[in-house]
Design a protein around this ligand. Structure first.
Ligand code: SF4
Ligand code: FES
Length: 342
């Protein structure tokens, strides 16, 4: 089995394991962020570049370093490979550049976005982004559209990670949804005016790392941190019926898949992903429809896991950014730094 060293920690992994999955096996802060890779969706990954790492030694046989940062979700481990992630300041700078690109067209509408509190881009921005943008051109804008009876698309928030397209391809026979056009005019769309009504289509909402695809039955009902996630199950003919219900008092405000520590759908004991059907997600909104197993464990990537953002460190960072900006033409109020203030 090949051995790989990531940020000075060595691990032995099965042949063919990617650097990202090797890092996940180790756990801890050296795991690169991933905005488009999703282990339960085949051929996902390779689109967003947030998972880049620096390979300083290719392998025992060929110890040359790789000339550029590589996408860890798409690069397999070689025996003797040495990888730097958080131990490389150059790499962190490159990742901050990727975040800047992802945020070029993304609106700063977190205060009104349903994904706030569980948005991977929000986490990525806090952890790896910069306080300012250098982008001065007009941003892309789109009308919000309903794609089917249950899903609302805010294309302005989409980062074109292709995860929803993989769900459409792999879970929904007769798919009508994908990416049209390419480059800076690429957008998620349905085929002409078709609506998405496949019984597993709701899973697109769960895989979307940002607030581009939202649940029309939950939109604007509550901030997620005011709800209580519980693992629950019911008898269902279409799916395994194992879901996460989000309660406010005794009211079920929404139903989602159960997610693991990487923000991906949990798997059953045989390794099959626990996708849920639209019946469980959209039509069983009474607590009595479910057998509640207990509070869900939210371990990572969410402000609903209390104290995920270490406020003391964040404050230090903001102070550091303010110091850097001294002398520049920036309006600094009491609130957080606003890129539009430049
Ligand atoms: S809508 Fe969401 S899941 Fe689909 S490509 Fe855009 S960001 Fe990814
Ligand atoms: S997670 Fe690897 S390129 Fe997006």
């Amino acid at each position: 089995m090949p051995k790989v060293t990531i940020d000075n920690q060595t691990i032995e992994v099965p042949e063919g394991t990617t650097i990202l999955n090797a890092a996940r096996m180790m756990g801890g802060p050296s795991v690169p962020p991933a905005m488009c890779y999703y282990s339960s969706l085949k051929t996902s990954g390779g689109y967003c570049r947030t998972c880049i790492v620096k390979v300083t030694k290719g392998s025992e046989k060929d110890p040359r370093p790789m000339p550029k940062p590589v996408a860890s979700c798409r690069t397999s481990v070689m025996d003797g490979m040495v990888v730097e992630n958080i131990t490389s300041p150059d790499l962190l700078e490159a990742r901050a550049g990727v975040v800047e690109f992802l945020l070029i067209n993304h609106p700063l509408d977190c205060p009104i976005c349903d994904q706030a509190g569980e948005c991977h881009l929000q986490d990525l921005g806090y952890e790896n982004g910069k306080a300012l943008t250098r982008y001065k051109f007009r941003r892309r804008t789109f009308e919000k559209i309903d794609i089917g009876p249950y899903i609302k698309l805010h294309m302005t928030r989409c980062i074109l990670c292709y995860r929803c397209v993989k769900v459409a391809e792999q879970l929904c026979p007769g798919r009508v949804h994908g990416v049209i056009n390419r480059g800076d005019v690429a957008e998620i769309s349905t085929y002409i005016t078709e609506a998405i009504d496949n019984e597993f289509s709701g899973n697109m909402i769960d895989v979307c790392p940002v607030g581009a695809l939202t649940d029309r039955t939950f939109r604007f009902k509550s901030r997620v941190w005011f709800t209580k996630p519980m693992d629950a199950h019911r008898k269902c003919k279409t799916c395994a019926g194992k879901a996460r219900i989000w309660l406010k008092g005794s009211e079920v405000l929404r139903v989602t898949v159960r997610k693991d520590e990487w923000g991906e759908v949990q798997r059953d004991s045989e390794g099959g992903p626990l996708w849920i059907c639209n019946e469980c997600r959209f039509h069983t909104k009474k607590a009595s429809d479910w057998i509640i197993e207990g509070p869900s464990e939210i371990s990572r990537h969410s402000v609903i896991s209390a104290n995920h953002y270490d406020l003391a460190t964040l404050k230090l960072d903001v102070a550091k950014q303010r110091k850097k900006l001294e002398g520049k033409k920036v309006l600094l109020g009491e609130g957080p730094l606003n890129p539009n203030n430049v």
